[in-house]
Design a protein around this ligand. Structure first.
Ligand SMILES: Cc1cc2nc3c(=O)[nH]c(=O)nc-3n(C[C@H](O)[C@H](O)[C@H](O)COP(=O)(O)OP(=O)(O)OC[C@H]3O[C@@H](n4cnc5c(N)ncnc54)[C@H](O)[C@@H]3O)c2cc1C
Length: 474
């Protein structure tokens, strides 16, 4: 009997699972070792930080939400708290592009919802009717619900069509890289669900939480944070805590089969290895193929989880060339405007410490059908299209001094309406293979904090099954 726990995929899900299970192995003196098998020549998956002059920039995710505190405690445990960077406390606003101009969201917006009634009512962002419609949500006070529906229906029914079209759709599409008409409210924005389940009305919940926060003691974190030396620092720190031979790169797994109480893992290069437990931390469509021989039903169910593509374009400008044009954290563009770039983050304004105020960095995000259609374009073609659009919108006369393009085909799982139910069914089917686990962004939430806390939970579950008596507090 082998004692290897194989983790397939070295993205944040696989690496944080390996980190946590290794801790549990040590604490409980379990006779197991962990091995991460990664297809590519690097770890990190979509998290991809790159040196730029004397700094580090992000090609993939740029920052993480701090609402889920588990990722913060992990960063602390790894000794990286000093490298945490908060969002700039100035220029905290987002613009919405419409009718050839950028309109700022009024003060106090949380995502697409107002928390400051006075600034909302005074702003020209919605018509009078549109503002009134937003208050419909108050009719839901104490009508608690956890019924799944699309993000589109949720927003339109509670807050009206105008706020959906002008504000919610571009924001939600940029975050989830898909169409809110298909995405599940239960599987996406945890905060909306929390308020809906607890108070009925989301607006009322937001007011209650602002009130509570004002009166709460304890450390304050900005809503989003990042790491000074790049988010990949988190991956590297976790890998550094593992025994030397725990990561195998260029190891593309093709299938898993049962083998006398163990699992035989086959690689693309025709080699194979035995493992006592296997944790798949790969995109769902890859896990579907890898598991197909072992359990066709699970494979088929996994293959129904859809993915969308994304393209990130980093544009570096001389500070002087942008003058004072960046008076916020970025802009989003409603689908109806038909633009190439759906969101542009003013990264150097959001996190000025990352580039030490030496350059301006704008990150263009192309997603959904636009990304799908543009994956075939060359990097130069993508840069030209993005620069011409962004320079036009921001009225910038000079070209960027440097740029890069990163294509992410089939990288964003689309957690569609009914996703929670689908995952419960997959979990039930998988229960007969006790030592096979699934983790990753396709199941319990797409954000980095979701991936990390889900991986830790599954590490706890597996450790208990392997005989651990001391587990982690999540
Ligand atoms: C462009 C983009 C921007 C994002 N921005 C943010 C953000 O700002 N904040 C945030 O919180 N979240 C963001 N996200 C979401 C978040 O980053 C991801 O959901 C998360 O990093 C996914 O991690 P993962 O480990 O589950 O999967 P992945 O990172 O996809 O890792 C899977 C790994 O499996 C490997 N693999 C694949 N096939 C095989 C095989 N056959 N054998 C072995 N290995 C294999 C892959 O090479 C990869 O390394 C973003 C996502 C994208 C795509």
């Amino acid at each position: 009997m082998t004692n290897t726990i194989a983790v397939i995929g070295a993205g944040i899900s696989g690496v944080s699972f390996a980190y946590e299970i290794n801790k549990l192995i040590k604490t409980n003196n379990l006779p197991y070792k962990v091995k991460i098998l990664e297809a590519s020549s690097r770890s990190g998956g979509v998290i991809n930080s790159q040196p730029f002059y004397n700094h580090t920039i992000e090609n993939g995710p740029e920052a993480f939400l701090t609402q889920d505190k588990y990722i913060l405690s992990l960063i602390d445990e790894l000794g990286l708290s000093e490298d945490l960077i908060s969002m700039n406390s100035h220029f905290r606003r987002t613009f919405i592009y419409s009718n050839n101009e950028l309109n700022p969201l009024p003060d106090g917006f949380r995502l697409f919802l107002p928390t400051n009634v006075i600034s909302f009512l005074a702003s020209p962002i919605l018509s009078f009717g549109g503002k009134l419609a937003v208050l419909k949500d108050l009719l839901y006070i104490f009508k608690k619900s956890n019924q799944d529906e699309s993000l589109h229906d949720f927003v339109v029914n509670r807050f009206g069509m105008e706020i959906y079209k002008k504000i919610a759709q571009p924001m939600l599409s940029a975050i989830y890289g898909g169409d809110p008409k298909n995405l599940s409210v239960n599987s996406t924005i945890k905060l909306l669900n929390y308020y809906r389940e607890r108070y009925g009305s989301v607006l009322y919940g937001l007011q209650m939480s602002s009130y509570k926060k004002k009166n709460e003691a304890g450390p304050r974190y900005s809503l989003f944070m990042t790491l000074k030396n790049g988010l990949e620092e988190l991956i590297k720190a976790m890998l550094n805590s593992l025994p030397d031979d725990s990561l195998m790169l260029n190891a593309e797994v093709t299938s898993i089969k049962e083998n006398n109480g163990n699992y035989l893992i086959d690689f693309k290069n025709k080699s194979s290895m035995l493992a006592s437990s296997v944790v798949l931390a790969t995109p769902a469509y890859i896990s579907a193929n890898v598991l197909a021989q072992l359990d066709d039903k699970v494979g088929k169910a996994l293959s129904t989880i859809k993915y969308s593509s994304a393209i990130v374009v980093n544009l570096f400008y001389n500070i002087a060339d942008l003058d004072d044009k960046l008076q916020g954290f970025g802009y989003v563009v409603p689908q109806s405007e038909g633009k190439f770039v759906q969101a542009c983050s003013f990264s150097s304004v959001k996190f000025p410490d990352k580039l030490n105020n030496e350059y301006h960095l704008l990150r263009a995000f192309i997603c959904g059908s636009q990304a799908k259609e543009s994956l075939g374009l060359s990097h130069n073609e993508i840069i030209d299209k993005a620069v011409s659009e962004i320079n036009d919108i921001l009225k910038i006369k000079k070209k960027p001094i440097n740029s890069n393009v990163i294509k992410y085909p089939n990288s964003m799982p689309q957690l569609e309406v009914g996703h929670g139910q689908k995952i419960s069914e997959i979990e039930k089917m998988l229960a007969q293979h006790k030592k096979i686990k699934l983790i990753g962004s396709a199941y319990k939430g797409v954000g980095m904090p979701d991936c990390v806390s889900n991986a830790s939970k599954i590490a706890n579950d597996l450790a208990k099954e392997l005989g651990a008596t001391q587990t982690l507090v999540i």
